[in-house]
Design a protein around this ligand. Structure first.
Ligand SMILES: *[C@@H]1O[C@H](CO)[C@@H](O)[C@H](O)[C@H]1NC(C)=O
Ligand SMILES: *[C@@H]1O[C@H](CO)[C@@H](O)[C@H](O)[C@H]1NC(C)=O
Ligand SMILES: *[C@@H]1O[C@H](CO)[C@@H](O)[C@H](O)[C@H]1NC(C)=O
Ligand SMILES: *[C@@H]1O[C@H](CO)[C@@H](O)[C@H](O)[C@H]1NC(C)=O
Ligand SMILES: *[C@@H]1O[C@H](CO)[C@@H](O)[C@H](O)[C@H]1NC(C)=O
Ligand SMILES: *[C@@H]1O[C@H](CO)[C@@H](O)[C@H](O)[C@H]1NC(C)=O
Ligand SMILES: *[C@@H]1O[C@H](CO)[C@@H](O)[C@H](O)[C@H]1NC(C)=O
Ligand SMILES: *[C@@H]1O[C@H](CO)[C@@H](O)[C@H](O)[C@H]1NC(C)=O
Ligand SMILES: *[C@@H]1O[C@H](CO)[C@@H](O)[C@H](O)[C@H]1NC(C)=O
Length: 754
């Protein structure tokens, strides 16, 4: 790949050949980017909205007595551009100091400004401090967090970009490395299934002398197979088959001077019983998949065109407006034309969900915005990239007045326009959402809908737009109202007076009852799916050990009738629901449907693990996908687009990757000691073949099960997580017995009978 693209560049652009040669030549030595008090020759400052001091004297790492001090506002960046691509280098090293600065690093280049995935500083190192420099390394063959390879591309720009809170920090000794010497190392050695030790390594490790012993007795290694995952080739895994199976005891694995010890616990007993209850294939969805290959690799069964910006999507020009996510500015649709998007998504084998705008306005162009400084001079914040565009708020946090003129950024929209658009689509969506979280439009889109939406307005908009959607596309399934969160399932933004005025009935049950009446009036169903967005309410942003454990147990709010939510929702019930502190989301919604509009299906159009970059986010996702199947969600799409190689992407791969699926009919799992805080155990069947997913949420303790109903024989195995990080592994094993199946710490395991 790399050779070929270099050859093509040389052949096509003779004028560029010099710089290509320079780059190749340069790779023989390290290439300094910044040292002492200056950028190296050939490097330019392409930063934006960032104060830079190249010769700060308050802190330094080298001998020069100076460093590079950086202050960036939200999403601004220190951006350093080279004269030619640095693709030939092995990695980037730099010294950094700052109070845990919220930044991410990525590379850019080429005429279309392509860029690599962002690498948050927190996944490279969590211990960067303000008072001294820490040296960090980005290995282009093993990117921090995912272990994946830097994608091919003409990268010639290094961006240190601040996240939403801005960032102030110091850098020193920024250098591209010609070579990274990998020290051979055994990263982990973990027991998995009934007689396999999975050893992950980097570099050329010699495992010939490896020994395994259980409670002091040596166990012979009968076979070893080494496997190098395509997505993270810097690490390898060697599966050691043992002559006798695991049982409770002290497992010690030794090679050279490395030693790994695990206390294998007594097996928890349980049974697996097949049933004919189907698992909906449509629970494995995401919003805005990146490509057809992404859909195929992860097995994405449903894809949603959604989010705040599509409320103002104008299909007759492909414009959107960012709303209060970004200064109420219009822009070109980031996902192109909806019709084309449906076409390629469907073509890749994924069902599509299209959001139909249902307010009175859509974006009129790619450039207008609602709160110009020239009209509203005293605003709280202005876009750092467009200092005339404000956020519509006064410095004291109140909205500016008078309210914005909607014609400044928008053009009118109504059901006639929606019908024209939907009727003319060449590619038909399977589902439509009637807009997105419009119950909070007076905040997200206050420039065009400053009045709070109440029960009646929301119902009318959904009925009107759902009716024309079904006229335009008779087969389409309507999923609404796509309420943003727990609070708004029960009331409107007007507040409890609105609830009181509606027979004192919480919003969703009222909405369902009204949609049932609507069916009687229209003589046909116009709501097919009760669609909600579900964001776990506990705050796990600290991402320390306690927050990770909370993140991993909060999945109980999806189903558990005894789990009091560990957030405000669990201490301050703001609804008329029985047991209001216990969310029990899926059974609760199913019972509301049964009471108010039987036959309606349930979809979760947005949900999130709360951390796309941490391994625990991947384990949460594996647990949730199992729970969606078990409790009968009909479709679901993750918000937003998980990185294919990141922990959340791996959870999709685990269940669905590359055409090997978790079964489609649910098997009952009964455990003698269910421990939902620390483990998830799921089973299914497909054409008589058993599949199992076990999620071990313990950070350092293996778990083990003795399961009846799991036949011995050959199984396809996949797993991710463990002490070596999130990398994915898969192979085929011989499961000799199901009376002692081990899952290592922080690991999600998938087994499917061959
Ligand atoms: C780098 O560029 C930014 C953005 O244009 C500018 O604000 C800054 O002053 C420049 N810094 C230096 C040291 O040239
Ligand atoms: C960044 O901000 C800090 C404190 O706000 C200030 O001391 C420092 O001089 C600033 N650095 C630059 C390069 O503007
Ligand atoms: C691996 O180590 C063994 C001894 O433990 C040695 O005999 C063998 O030559 C080594 N293999 C390699 C490739 O270094
Ligand atoms: C060792 O495992 C590999 C891969 O699973 C298999 O092809 C081979 O036959 C096994 N060898 C022995 C001796 O069992
Ligand atoms: C372990 O062994 C390797 C090579 O056998 C050696 O380079 C390394 O220093 C040793 N590490 C420790 C901690 O003894
Ligand atoms: C903010 O200032 C405006 C204009 O002075 C005023 O009308 C509004 O009440 C103030 N809001 C708050 C929260 O004080
Ligand atoms: C929608 O707007 C168009 C253009 O103003 C108008 O002709 C049409 O009657 C409107 N449709 C509805 C249902 O109000
Ligand atoms: C009002 O609510 C009560 C109990 O929740 C219910 O029995 C009654 O039918 C409702 N009335 C209307 C008009 O919806
Ligand atoms: C409320 O929770 C208790 C305890 O879990 C349970 O026994 C009861 O059935 C629940 N009530 C309702 C209406 O869900």
């Amino acid at each position: 790949m790399f050779i070929r693209s270099k050859y093509l560049r040389l052949a096509a652009f003779v004028a560029l050949s010099l710089s290509v040669i320079t780059a190749v030549h340069g790779a023989a030595d390290n290439l300094p980017v910044y040292t002492d008090d200056t950028l190296s020759s050939g490097w330019q400052n392409w930063s934006w909205s960032t104060d830079i001091n190249l010769a700060a004297t308050d802190l330094h790492a080298g001998s020069s007595g100076t460093s590079l001090s950086v202050n960036s506002s939200a999403w601004a960046a220190l951006s350093l551009k080279a004269d030619s691509p640095f693709t030939d280098y092995a990695g980037l090293r730099f010294d950094i100091a700052g109070a845990e600065p919220g930044i991410q690093i990525y590379f850019q280049g080429g005429t279309d400004d392509a860029s690599t995935p962002q690498i948050p500083l927190s996944v490279i190192n969590k211990d960067v401090t303000a008072d001294k420099f820490t040296t960090l390394l980005i290995d282009f063959k093993s990117l921090p967090g995912t272990g994946s390879v830097l994608p091919d591309g003409p990268w010639d720009r290094i961006n240190f970009q601040a996240l939403g809170d801005g960032a102030a920090y110091h850098l020193d000794n920024i250098v591209l490395l010609s070579e990274i010497v990998v020290t051979p190392e055994i990263l982990s050695a973990e027991p998995i299934t009934n007689d396999i030790v999975a050893v992950s390594t980097k570099g050329a490790v010699n495992l010939t002398d490896i020994t395994v012993s259980l409670s002091g007795k040596t166990i012979t290694v009968t076979n070893r197979t080494t496997y190098t995952p395509v997505d993270s080739p810097a690490k390898s895994i060697t599966y050691l088959s043992l002559a006798s199976p695991f049982k409770a005891g002290n497992l010690v694995i030794k090679s050279g001077n490395s030693s790994f010890t695990h206390v294998l616990p007594a097996a928890q007993t349980g049974s697996i019983t097949t049933s004919t209850t189907p698992i909906s294939p449509l629970i494995y969805g995401v919003n805005f998949p990146t490509s057809a290959n992404y859909i195929k690799d992860l097995g994405v069964t449903v894809s949603r065109w959604g989010g705040n910006a599509v409320t103002a999507y104008n299909p007759f020009g492909d414009f959107t407006n960012a709303g209060n996510d970004w200064y109420f500015e219009n822009r070109a649709s980031e996902n192109g034309k909806a019709d084309d998007w449906i076409g390629w998504v469907n073509g890749a084998g994924s069902a599509s969900v299209l959001t139909v705008p249902a307010l009175d306005w859509v974006a009129k162009d790619t450039t207008s915005y609602s709160y110009p400084k020239t009209i509203y001079p005293d605003q709280q914040k202005f876009d750092p990239y467009n200092t005339d565009a404000g956020n519509g708020m006064l410095t004291n946090g109140s909205y500016v007045s008078p309210v914005a003129d909607p014609t400044r950024a928008y053009t009118p929209w109504n059901t006639t326009a929606a019908k024209t658009w939907l009727s003319g689509l060449k590619n038909k969506p399977k589902f439509v959402n009637i807009d997105n979280e419009i119950e909070i439009a007076s905040s997200t889109h206050q420039d065009m809908h400053p009045i709070d939406i109440g029960y009646d307005e929301e119902l009318k908009r959904i009925v009107d737009f759902a009716t024309v959607a079904k006229q335009a596309i008779p087969s389409v399934l309507v999923a609404a109202p796509s309420s943003c969160s727990w609070w708004f399932y029960w009331t409107s933004r007007i507040g409890w007076s609105d609830t009181t005025a509606h027979n004192n009935t919480d919003f969703l049950p009222w909405f369902l009852a009204q949609m049932k009446l609507q069916e009687q009036k229209a003589k046909k169903r116009i709501l097919d799916y009760l669609d909600i967005h579900y964001y776990f309410q506990p705050d796990t942003s600290a991402n320390d050990d306690a927050a990770k454990a909370l993140r991993l147990r909060m999945t109980r709010s999806l189903w558990d009738p005894t789990y009091v939510d560990e957030s405000w929702a669990g201490s301050d019930p703001q609804n008329h629901q029985p047991n209001g502190t216990i969310i029990q989301l899926i059974p609760r919604m199913k019972s509301l449907i049964a009471q108010n509009y039987p036959g309606t299906k349930l979809s979760i159009g947005e949900w999130s693990s709360q951390n796309d970059n941490d391994l625990t986010g991947g384990l949460v996702t594996a647990d949730v996908l199992g729970l969606f199947g078990r409790y009968g969600v009909d479709y679901a799409t993750y918000w937003a687009t998980p990185n294919e190689q990141g922990p959340v992407g791996l959870a999709y791969w685990l269940y669905r990757g590359y055409g090997t699926y978790f079964g489609n009919s649910l098997s009952q799992v009964r455990l003698s000691t269910p421990l939902p805080n620390t483990q998830g155990v799921f089973a299914a069947a497909e054409k008589g073949k058993t599949s199992i997913v076990i999620v071990n949420k313990n950070p350092s303790t293996p778990i083990s099960f003795s399961l009846t109903g799991v036949p011995a024989g050959k199984y396809f195995i996949r797993h991710f997580g463990g002490a070596a990080g999130a990398a994915k592994w898969q192979t085929t094993i011989n499961l000799k017995a199901a009376n002692y199946i081990v899952v290592p710490p922080y690991t999600a395991l998938f087994l499917k009978q061959n």
